[in-house]
Write a protein that binds this ligand. Structure first.
Ligand code: NAD
Length: 378
């Protein structure tokens, strides 16, 4: 069967869905890999390396002639109609925001797998793109903060005096937040963090952070995810966090609720109460924002309440794509491992009796298989 790898077209996207390494892996399973020229260029993979790995290179993918399309960003609504009925797609689907594409996949009879839907169970960890890409994003947002802070992260004791370590506060200690904690620790900062899930205190400690315990009930939903707080508790959380935020040099926010807009954890007033030159990095800026006033892809300068300077709010955008080489390496492995699970004797034939395959399926045989998305489509 022919597996197509396109050059990603969305502005700002620099990742690719297959690397020469995964081309070798999939070719070894009897699949034929067809790579659009330039597909790996932005992530440092030359066409020649794909050819050496056994891929066929083409100037433009003939979508009607491939059996499986692997991709990074959700497809445009025009793409499914160009695939043959029964074709398979594997990539990010963003089902809650890309409903026109889901409808088009369903109507075109495409079997689409969305990596966001891969169940988060041990057996599927090697296919978990949310985790692999959050790792990249969590690391990167600390570097973005460090580059903007006019101070060191580590403690320095020098002949010319002692420089205290920067104080970094991380809100939301999921995969990205834990990476941010670990990265800030490795840079020498004093790191504290808060999350609403009960397990997070131990997780924060395991990364070397100090957990900030608020006098607030924990909020956990099924599958180990956080539950949205009611407005009263959200306001209480903001009130309890305010002094910790005012004391931080760097604030990194990564809080998310699956399928919902990001919770607002930090008001404009709380930002203005920070010290001059402090830096806030909002990793959730693209999904509604944890910080009032953050704008995805921009730095916003907020005057401090003391009138003595500004706080910079960095609205992260395409975070994983800012490190395309390693982000692609991990993402491509996630894609290839899911594809390998469905492949035998050179044929990709999903077994819907497998909970990972069934769970990851967005559309199949003219139906939307993910109940919340089916409901949203009506
Ligand atoms: P996520 O991206 O959905 O959310 C990020 C973090 O924000 C979460 O830790 C969440 O609890 C937190 N959050 C939400 N509302 C908050 C608020 N008001 N204040 C503070 N924090 C808030 O989460 P994620 O990184 O995808 O991880 C979610 C869960 O899935 C975690 O329990 C994680 O350990 C688990 N997980 C399991 C696997 C696996 O078993 N394969 C893989 C990855 C993650």
């Amino acid at each position: 069967m022919r597996v197509g790898i396109p050059r990603e077209r969305r502005e700002g996207e620099r990742r690719v869905a297959a690397t020469p390494e995964t081309v070798r892996q999939l070719t070894g399973l009897g699949l034929t890999l067809v790579v659009e020229r330039g597909a790996g260029e932005a992530s440092g993979q030359a066409d020649s390396r794909y050819a050496e790995a056994g891929a066929e290179l083409v100037d433009a993918l003939d979508l009607g002639a491939i059996d499986v399309l692997v991709h990074v960003r959700p497809l445009t609504p025009a793409t499914p109609g160009r695939l043959r009925r029964g074709a398979i797609t594997v990539g990010l689907g963003s089902p809650s925001t890309e409903l026109p594409t889901v409808r088009a996949l369903r109507d075109a009879g495409v079997t689409a797998f969305a990596l966001e839907l891969v169940p988060r169970i041990s057996r599927a960890q090697s296919m978990d793109a949310l985790t692999s890409q959050a790792l990249v994003a969590g690391y990167r947002c600390v570097l973005e903060a460090a580059m903007r802070l006019p101070r060191f992260f580590p403690l320095y004791m020098t002949a010319a005096g002692t420089i205290p370590p920067a104080k970094v506060l991380v809100l939301g200690a999921g995969v990205a937040g834990l990476q941010a904690i670990g990265t800030a620790k490795r840079l020498g900062a004093r790191v504290s963090a808060n999350d609403v899930r009960p397990a997070s205190a131990d997780e924060v400690a395991s990364m070397g952070g100090t957990f900030i315990s608020l006098d607030l009930e924990t909020a956990e939903a099924a599958g180990g995810y956080a539950k949205e707080l009611g407005e009263d508790r959200a306001a209480q959380q903001r009130r309890l966090l305010a002094p910790h935020i005012a004391d931080a040099d760097v604030l990194i926010t990564t809080a998310a609720i699956p399928g919902r807009p990001a919770p607002l954890l930090v008001t404009a007033e709380m930002v203005a109460a920070m010290r001059p030159d402090s830096v806030v990095v909002d990793l959730a800026a693209e999904s509604g924002g944890n910080v009032e006033g953050s704008v995805a892809g921009r730095d916003v300068l907020v005057p401090t309440a003391s009138g003595e300077g500004t706080v910079t709010i960095v609205g992260m955008k395409d975070a994983a794509s800012t490190m395309p080489a390693d982000a692609s390496r991990l993402y491509a492995k996630n894609v290839a491992n899911l594809l390998a699970l469905m492949t035998a004797d050179g044929l990709v034939e999903p077994d819907f009796g497998d909970e990972v395959i069934a769970g990851a399926c967005l559309t199949h045989a003219g139906e939307v298989r993910h109940p919340p998305t089916a409901e949203a489509l009506g």
